[in-house]
Design a protein around this ligand. Structure first.
Ligand SMILES: CC(=O)N[C@@H](CC(=O)O)C(=O)NC[C@H](CC1(C(=O)N[C@@H](Cc2ccc(O)cc2)C(=O)O)CCCC1)C(=O)O
Ligand SMILES: [Zn+2]
Length: 603
């Protein structure tokens, strides 16, 4: 049943047609009936008093049915609202700024490329506004319907709302407080990075466009959602020309292909003694955008539940950013492979953050100057002195530190929506209130409740929980540090070699330690999996701080030298609750029938 459901979802995601959408919906109803029967069976047992911890854990995990608890008509509405939003997101197109006649720009690759490379303030604003209008702007009513039905399902599962239903995955009564505590630890560093980047953007775009003590305009950070700022490294790098981890030009020069990127990633895993991908992976995966079809280009890794069929779907471009994404997706595949012989109920990550951290932990090793030289993507003569170190850490910080406030508000906003503290009348302005308060960024154009900007991000349109990535960005540094110590690449008591240069490529001990944890799946509470790799049983931002320590010292000094104020004034929310009457609404005003003599049949 799991196989058939995944196949139906794969068919729709790789070929968006009405027929495939219909088949996917049909299969999800068949699966729901099956799950309901299984659930009645499980819950017919009085399992709470069970003494066998393993049996009790299986019953506990299986006793939550999820959205399939909804009656079929509501389940159909629930699925249709999500599928509609994912289809709008994956097929949305905008017109080019430079030549308005070209209206075929897709998010992947054209719009993403523009947001990454354009340094034209107005062109970026055009692309940003058009994308938000053509994606999120068309989803509001679907999202309202989704929230209502999702909460109904959560309550049928004895959760107060969808947010509580999502948080069960972390098996902790203090999870939200733990996340807030981690954010408070990271926030001072984020503010320093934000101040430095704002100063550099002001130098490029001018005082009027990037005012000193204001939030940064959201369209200037090299990424549509301002969630990772690595693409503007050229504008902010401290020591230009010294070194850069963006080896894209070298990849192109050496004729890299998506296939080669995947083969190299797999070889990194097997070099550590981790598992190779089976033949079905190479025959079933889609690693380049299909021509002549509409498909969901947002990368993803799939487990077809039969222990043999594992695939990745990715519209891979030959560049460094996608090389990292390849490792991220291969990390999911490695987890699938490691736990494929466990009972189905245990074929999950220890928690969802663990699943997200596997590939990124290895990518931290792959992206080091040392490793890039080893695989011939960086010249052996590339310096590794203090200035090169600051360049490297800053480039990494643009992706890894900038990400935290974004990941936090992605679910903070949804927790607030699901628990009812924010109604649909305030969806958009609450989003921008959080975006300003936590990220210190502001919409480049005035927003209102006609817009629905959260829908412009995949995980909101496709209903994918996001705090998993916040967790991942903390624990991947705990995993990386532990694997470095195991590989003898780093000694915390005598950091002769800094943590950020550690490359555990080919190290079998590190591979064995990681593999053993992955093979546990979700069979034990996640603190036990955490202890298996790091010896600790909690999330801890200290490994992250240790990794970036040289940069933090440098940033504080630099901001003082630049006289750049740290933080920002709220300066009035750029979001109007009620749109001005003349606003160009996303939904064009209803065409009024011409008034005049009745013309024959119905008008
Ligand atoms: C069947 C299915 O859906 N499977 C799940 C996996 C599973 O649950 O088993 C899955 O494939 N999800 C897709 C999603 C794709 C990506 C993503 O969405 N990333 C976040 C955040 C981020 C950004 C930078 C980064 O370095 C790491 C993470 C974003 O882009 O905002 C795209 C780029 C990378 C990962 C993913 O792989 O997590
Ligand atoms: Zn992932």
């Amino acid at each position: 049943m799991c196989y058939k459901s995944n196949i139906a979802e794969w068919q729709f995601a790789s070929d968006i047609t009405d027929e495939n959408e219909r088949l996917k919906l049909e299969q999800s109803l068949v699966a729901a009936r099956f799950e309901k029967e299984a659930w009645k069976n499980i819950t017919s047992f009085n399992w709470q008093p069970f003494t066998d911890p393993d049996l009790k854990r299986k019953f506990k995990l299986l006793s939550v049915l999820g959205p399939s608890a909804l009656p079929e008509d509501k389940l159909t509405q629930y699925r249709k609202s999500i599928d509609a939003m994912e289809k709008i997101y994956s097929t949305a197109k905008i017109c080019s700024f430079a030549n308005p006649g070209d209206c075929g720009m897709n998010l992947d690759p054209e719009i993403t490329e523009k947001m990454s490379k354009s340094r034209n303030f107005d062109e970026l604003k055009h692309v940003w506004q058009q994308w938000h209008e053509q994606s999120g702007g068309k989803m509001r009513h679907h999202y309202e319907k989704f929230v209502q039905l999702s909460n109904e399902a959560a309550q049928m599962n004895n959760f107060s709302d969808t947010g509580a239903y999502w948080l069960r995955n972390y098996e902790s009564d203090t999870f939200k407080e733990d996340i807030e505590g981690l954010w408070q630890t990271i926030k001072p560093f984020y503010l320093q990075l934000h101040a430095y980047v704002r100063a550099k953007l002001r130098a490029h775009y001018g005082e009027d466009k990037v005012p000193k003590d204001q939030p940064i305009p959201a369209h200037l950070l090299g990424n549509m959602w301002a969630q990772s700022w690595g693409n503007i490294d050229d504008l902010v790098t401290p020591y230009p020309g010294k070194s850069s981890i963006d080896v894209t030009p070298e990849m192109l020069k050496q004729g890299y292909t998506p296939k080669k990127m995947f083969e190299m990633s797999e070889e990194f895993f097997t070099s550590m003694g981790l598992l190779p991908t089976p033949p079905e992976f190479w025959s079933g995966s889609i690693i380049e955008k299909l021509v002549g079809k509409e498909m969901v280009c947002h990368a993803s890794a799939w487990d077809f539940c039969n222990g043999k069929d594992f695939r990745i779907k990715q519209c891979t471009k030959v560049n460094m950013e996608d090389f990292i994404v390849v490792h991220h997706e291969m990390g999911h595949i490695q987890y699938f492979l490691q736990y494929k012989n466990l009972p189905l109920v245990y074929r999950e990550g220890a928690n969802s953050g663990f699943h997200e951290a596997v590939g990124d932990s290895l990518a931290l090793s792959v992206q080091t100057t040392k490793h890039l030289k080893e695989i011939g993507l960086l010249d052996k003569s590339t310096p590794t002195d203090h200035e090169a170190t600051i360049n490297y850490l800053l480039a990494t910080a643009l992706d890894k530190i900038a990400f935290f406030p974004f990941a936090y508000i992605m679910d903070k906003w949804r927790w607030d929506v699901f628990d009812g503290s924010v109604t649909s009348a305030d969806y958009n302005c609450h989003w921008w209130k959080l975006r300003e308060e936590y990220q210190g960024i502001r919409s480049p154009v005035t927003r209102s409740e006609v817009d629905f900007d959260p829908g412009a991000k995949y995980h909101i349109a496709a209903n994918v929980e996001y705090i998993r990535y916040f967790v991942s960005f903390v624990i991947q540094f705990q995993f990386y540090k532990s694997l470095c110590v195991t590989a003898g690449q780093y000694d915390p008591h005598n950091p002769s070699q800094p943590l950020h240069e550690c490359d555990f490529y080919r190290n079998k001990e590190a591979g064995a330690k990681l593999g053993a944890m992955l093979a546990m799946g979700s069979s034990r509470p996640w603190p036990e999996a955490m202890r298996a790799v790091t010896g600790q049983d909690r999330m801890d931002a200290n490994a992250f701080r240790e990794y970036f320590k040289p940069l933090e010292v440098w940033l504080i000094a630099k901001n003082k030298e630049l006289g750049e104020p740290v933080g920002w004034n709220s300066g009035g929310l750029n979001c109007q609750k009620n749109p001005p009457p003349t606003s160009t609404t996303q939904h064009p005003p209803p065409v009024t029938q011409p008034v005049g003599p009745k013309s024959g049949g119905p008008t």
